[in-house]
Design a protein around this ligand. Structure first.
Ligand code: HEC
Ligand code: HEC
Ligand code: HEC
Ligand code: HEC
Ligand code: HEC
Ligand code: HEC
Ligand code: HEC
Ligand code: HEC
Length: 493
């Protein structure tokens, strides 16, 4: 049975409406008579429809899915063909990523532009991601061609089929980043999914649209379409949420990187920060000892201030070109999609994921620190970091020694520091601050995200431990040290 295509379609503004606006009184029949729903496809075998009207960038799909058309037409995908032509370098092998064909969707053989190089297939259109649509428009019902948000390891479908290669290795870099894989334990637990899986994040953010993997039991990583909206260019780079904001509620990264930013007596992991970066940057993370005279939000280093308008993105999503040291010729474009702030680099200067290289400007790239006039040179940033790390490490060592004197088995059950015991102690608050300062495997995370707050909390914790317990008496007056430190720190709110 053939279903009527314009009934009950909530998100649709079908051709009927266009006919009505044009002053027609009779609805469906006039539409069918006056205007075909689609033009005969140039690649009939595979059924790619492409543009209904290339001149106005009206896609065939957009005839009915008006909201998606209106959003998509503002994205860079809608001008991909012109961009290629304007470059003056267009060659045969360039077209497949700048037109509608089998790339980006599951069709396994050549289709679209590759078999019929017509205007209707210019640009990256709906069918690039959704696949050919002829069958659907011939009989439009609820089962339209769904897009996939998965990135296969072979990069031969989805966004990765085009967003790869030395000029734009988004897929390659992303796959090696923390976002490119899922850790089994959080992935399988529903309460962890809003931050740890692709499906979980989209659901938590109210993206109810259907896509191939939406109801799969297997959980995907944080893929491209989690952060990027295929049909909406409201925020730069089609991000689903902005990165040019200081608001923890709005910032894309802060939606996930903002968990257990203070001790939680109700959790057996309550003394370990979980993803404290956003709160740390904005001066809110940590245990603020009573009587320390430090308030949440008071100490914000320049990294969390308005001087750094995109916060995390400025340091962690840094795109730059690497040129050959001898010839000066192009070698590689890093897209910043390793999401590593100061990645280790190989002998050619190419960023390598993971790695445990030393923190200096030869073994790492500090390029993100030196753009936008923040630090004058990469070397200056590296030494600023080294000096913060030195002081933080020194306070950190004193604090852990004091805590060991209070509770020799530290966080193991029993004693003053016991995450399984719901009673909260001063030593536990101080221990949380110690973990916060050392979060990320070394002192570097705390040292960059908010070195002044980190240092202040360590000293304040030493003072609090000194007050609360008789054991670790020391002849240093930590209250005085804290006063001295706060007087020296320049960026206090
Ligand atoms: C003639 C009108 C019409 C055209 C043209 C059309 N669709 Fe649809 N589409 C529909 C209707 C009607 C539905 C069902 C809507 C609903 O259930 O809310 C639908 C549903 C969909 C769905 C959702 C399927 C699901 O299971 O949730 C997708 C995806 C879709 N269309 C994509 C496309 C794409 C891509 C094109 C272009 C190739 C296209 N549509 C062209 C009318 C159309
Ligand atoms: C058929 C190839 C193809 C597919 C599939 C594809 N893209 Fe693109 N994408 C391009 C091209 C080409 C451009 C550059 C267009 C231009 O600048 O004119 C682009 C541009 C973009 C941009 C714009 C960047 C900016 O500066 O605004 C984003 C974001 C993007 N793509 C994300 C995605 C995501 C996410 C997916 C998968 C859901 C995807 N793309 C699928 C080819 C593709
Ligand atoms: C493997 C797919 C692919 C091929 C092949 C390809 N492009 Fe692109 N092109 C892209 C993507 C993806 C983008 C978007 C990159 C971004 O936003 O950083 C893009 C962007 C561009 C841009 C916009 C400026 C820029 O670099 O961001 C130009 C110009 C361009 N391509 C020209 C070309 C030319 C010329 C060729 C052939 C020599 C070519 N492309 C081949 C995928 C491709
Ligand atoms: C870059 C890839 C890409 C392009 C281009 C694209 N889409 Fe989508 N589309 C997706 C993805 C991924 C989803 C699911 C996630 C979402 O909606 O954000 C989706 C969802 C949809 C849905 C919702 C299905 C539902 O059940 O609610 C419709 C309808 C749709 N797209 C139509 C279109 C139309 C029409 C165009 C062209 C004007 C288009 N899309 C262009 C990738 C794309
Ligand atoms: C965790 C979130 C996140 C994920 C996952 C992600 N991106 Fe991005 N992407 C960003 C941010 C943030 C920017 C903008 C950085 C800036 O300029 O501030 C960006 C920028 C881009 C751009 C524009 C770059 C330019 O300058 O032209 C493209 C294209 C892009 N991403 C494609 C992809 C693709 C393809 C994938 C998957 C392989 C992907 N992204 C995965 C967050 C993400
Ligand atoms: C949907 C939630 C989500 C969003 C949005 C998100 N992240 Fe993540 N991010 C994660 C998760 C979960 C991990 C840990 C992945 C793992 O190891 O399992 C992670 C890992 C990372 C890592 C690597 C940590 C490591 O130990 O390797 C960095 C750096 C990072 N994210 C930065 C960012 C930045 C910058 C943004 C914004 C552009 C961002 N993230 C947006 C969830 C997210
Ligand atoms: C509010 C978002 C959020 C929630 C909810 C969340 N996490 Fe995480 N988790 C993150 C982020 C972001 C990271 C990446 C590290 C970082 O940013 O500090 C991470 C890191 C991790 C890591 C370390 C991964 C690695 O590669 O080393 C584990 C393990 C983990 N989380 C387990 C869990 C479990 C189990 C749950 C559910 C009980 C959970 N998470 C809930 C955001 C979250
Ligand atoms: C001023 C630059 C800067 C800003 C702003 C910044 N970071 Fe970082 N971040 C770093 C540096 C440097 C490291 C240490 C990297 C290392 O040790 O390899 C780091 C470490 C991390 C780590 C641990 C990664 C690892 O490999 O251990 C995560 C996760 C992270 N940052 C996320 C974020 C998030 C989310 C934001 C925004 C709320 C943010 N960062 C803001 C520079 C920055």
């Amino acid at each position: 049975m053939r279903r009527s295509w314009n009934v009950g379609a909530k998100a649709l503004l079908p051709l009927v409406m266009i006919a009505v606006m044009a002053g027609c009184s009779e609805k469906e029949k006039i539409v069918y008579r006056d205007r075909d729903l689609f033009n005969p496809p140039a690649d009939e075998a595979h059924g790619f429809l492409g543009y209904y009207d290339a001149e106005t960038k009206m896609t065939t799909c957009g005839n009915c899915h008006v909201g998606h058309q209106v959003g998509w037409v503002e994205t860079a995908h809608a001008s991909a063909y012109q961009t290629l032509e304007d470059s003056g370098h267009a060659a045969d092998h360039c077209y497949p990523c700048h037109t509608v064909n089998d790339q980006g969707n599951p069709l396994a053989e050549d289709g679209g532009w590759k078999v019929a190089a017509v205007e209707a297939y210019h640009d990256v259109q709906c069918e690039s991601c959704h696949g050919a649509g002829l069958t659907h428009v011939e009989n439009p019902d609820g089962s339209g061609p769904l897009a996939s948000i998965a990135i296969p390891a072979t990069f031969d479908a989805g966004c990765a089929e085009c967003h790869q290669g030395t000029h734009h290795p988004f897929a390659e870099e992303w796959a090696q980043s923390g976002h490119g894989s899922v850790v089994e334990h959080p992935a399988g637990v529903e309460s962890c999914q809003p931050c740890h899986t692709g499906q979980g994040a989209l659901k938590a953010w109210g993206v109810n649209a259907n896509y191939v993997e939406k109801d799969d039991a297997e959980q995907l990583a944080i893929t491209c379409a989690v952060c990027h909206d295929p049909h909406n260019a409201t925020y730069e780079h089609q991000l689903r949420f902005p990165v040019d904001t200081n608001s923890i509620e709005l910032h894309l990264c802060a939606r996930c990187h903002n968990r257990r930013t203070a001790p939680d007596a109700s959790s057996s992991h309550g003394l370990e920060p979980h993803a404290p970066e956003a709160a740390l940057l904005l001066g809110d993370a940590g245990w603020f000892p009573p009587n320390s005279n430090i308030d949440p939000g008071q100490i914000i280093a320049s990294h969390g201030s308005e001087g750094n308008p995109t916060l995390c993105a400025a340091c962690h999503v840094v795109a730059y070109d690497i040129t050959d040291q001898d010839s000066g010729g192009f070698l590689f474009h890093s897209t910043g999609h390793l999401f590593t702030a100061i990645p280790c680099v190989d002998e050619n200067g190419l960023p390598v994921p993971g790695g445990s290289c030393n923190y200096n400007e030869t073994e790492r790239s500090f390029v993100g620190c030196a753009v936008a006039g923040c630090h004058l040179t990469e070397g200056a940033a590296a030494s600023a970091l080294a000096s913060r790390v030195l002081s933080i490490t020194a306070w950190s060592n004193q604090l852990i020694a004091a805590l060991e004197a209070v509770d020799p088995n530290l966080e193991a059950a029993g004693g003053e520091i016991d995450p399984t015991d719901p009673t909260f102690t001063v030593a536990e608050g101080a221990f949380y601050n110690y973990n916060l300062a050392n979060f990320g495997g070394s002192a570097y995370g705390g040292a960059t995200h908010n070195p002044f707050l980190t240092e202040a909390l360590l000293i304040a914790s030493l003072a609090a431990v000194q007050d609360a317990y008789p054991v670790p008496r020391s002849n240093v007056d930590y209250h005085q040290e804290l006063q001295n430190f706060l007087a020296r720190v320049s960026v206090v709110n």
